[in-house]
Design a protein around this ligand. Structure first.
Ligand code: EZ4
Ligand code: CO
Length: 405
């Protein structure tokens, strides 16, 4: 007789970052974990899981991953959107974890097996001044990274999203109840960014992949200008040049620059990215396991992308929990058009709260060979880190107008 789900519990913990984890338990005693963390809006997904999905899961056959996905997606009537898709993603990853543990196989084997030996990763280096940025990049290269996202301060501004004056890599979500308001000046950024990135390229030479994130702040014309100005820097990619809502504007950007474009961390379904992919408006699709409906749905996005020579490069900030991070590395090992995994690292206690089989070495990741996803949750330790509210900062132009972040 097939196994049955007997419990679906939600655990919220905050070991330096907030994480929402779904724990599925089966009648045979198998436990599967899924990540449902939606940075800054965590409790909305916790409620969606607890109040609306858990009652549907209990009694269901955990082996029926795709059928459960379709039930939760179509059965809601209200489709798509980050809260819904993060909740469905958590269920999907938890069920892949159960299946792997039941069969005694790591998830990448269930996805068809390894197509590469290890998964290329990139990390962050940031600093306010260019000389400090060069030091920050050097420190990352010394850790073995072969690909680095470089972000710098902008002269004349007090603050820049994702750049700290003292810390070389940090996650902008500030814990506490207050919303931080930063300043922004697009003209100053457009003048400074090409200079800063050219200095980084000159410093590291040809053998290092350099990346840069514009965080959705530019108009198409500004994005085209920046892409052109950065062509001599030979970026691996320029990320999120324009706001996410209107994809058609990227046609103009593409007509003007050959700098590769990456977009998709804020997109949650294949239906949201299909124009980007089929019209070849991007080179890398950034959808993450956690926010885009889990392993099953990310694989569909990547299958569509493969036809158009668009490659996968999932979002991996420290607010993607080690559970979906591990799941992403399984997808990376088993998917031909997977290019690179962002790896920002975690505050130290996170590794103890979520013991994991995935590992980093010399610029590459491996999911490990533990059955399932290979990431557990130490519930006792997790309970010592209660939830704290956290908000991503917003930014205002110099006249006080709220800008896209
Ligand atoms: O802004 O993680 O590519 N990485 C990023 C991150 C995101 C935050 C949002 O949760 O853009 O810095
Ligand atoms: Co980004």
């Amino acid at each position: 007789m097939s196994d049955r789900i007997v419990a679906a519990d939600v655990i919220v913990t905050s070991p330096g970052r907030n994480y929402v984890t779904l724990k599925v338990t089966t009648a045979d005693g198998v436990v599967g974990y899924g990540d449902a963390t939606l940075n800054g809006r965590e409790l909305a997904v916790a409620s969606y899981l607890r109040d609306h999905l858990a009652p549907l899961l209990v009694g269901r056959d955990p082996a029926r991953i795709e059928d459960t996905w379709q039930l939760l997606y179509r059965g809601a009537y209200w489709r798509r959107g980050p809260v819904t898709m993060a909740a469905i993603g958590a269920v999907d990853v938890a069920l892949w974890d159960v299946k792997g543990k039941t069969l005694g196989q790591p998830v990448y084997q269930l996805l068809g097996g390894a197509v590469r030996d290890r998964v290329l990763t990139y990390t962050h280096a940031s600093a306010w001044e260019v000389p400090a940025l060069l030091d920050a990049v050097d420190a990352r290269l010394a850790q073995g990274f072969r690909a680095v996202r470089a972000q710098s301060g902008v002269p004349g501004l007090e603050t820049v999203y994702g750049v700290h004056r003292d810390v070389a890599s940090y996650e902008p979500a500030a814990r506490g109840s207050a919303l931080v308001e930063e300043s922004w000046d697009t003209s100053a950024y457009l003048r400074h960014a090409p200079e800063a990135l050219a200095a980084v390229r000159e410093h590291v030479g040809a053998g290092v992949h350099l990346l840069h994130d514009a965080h959705h702040r530019l108009t198409p014309q500004q994005a085209a200008r920046l892409g052109k100005a950065l062509e001599p820097v030979d970026l691996f990619w320029l990320e999120d040049v324009t706001p996410a809502e209107n994809q058609d504007v990227l046609r103009l950007v593409r007509q003007h620059t050959t700098t590769p474009l990456a977009i998709g961390e804020a997109f949650t379904t294949v239906f949201d990215v299909h124009h980007l992919i089929t019209e070849q408006l991007i080179d890398f699709v950034r959808c993450a396991v956690v926010h885009a409906g889990g392993i099953s749905h990310l694989r569909k996005i990547l299958a569509m992308a493969e036809v158009y020579q668009v490659r996968g490069a999932p979002h991996g900030p420290s607010d993607v929990s080690p559970v979906s991070f591990g799941a992403s590395v399984h997808v990376g090992l088993a998917t031909h058009n997977f290019a690179i995994q962002e790896y920002m690292g975690y505050p130290e206690p996170v590794h103890d709260v979520f013991p994991h089989s995935w590992s980093y070495a010399d610029g590459y990741l491996h999911p490990g060979d533990a059955p399932g996803v290979g990431v557990a949750l130490d519930e006792k330790l997790a309970a010592k880190f209660p939830y704290e509210s956290a908000y991503l900062p917003v930014a205002r132009q110099l006249d006080g107008t709220l800008t896209d972040w």
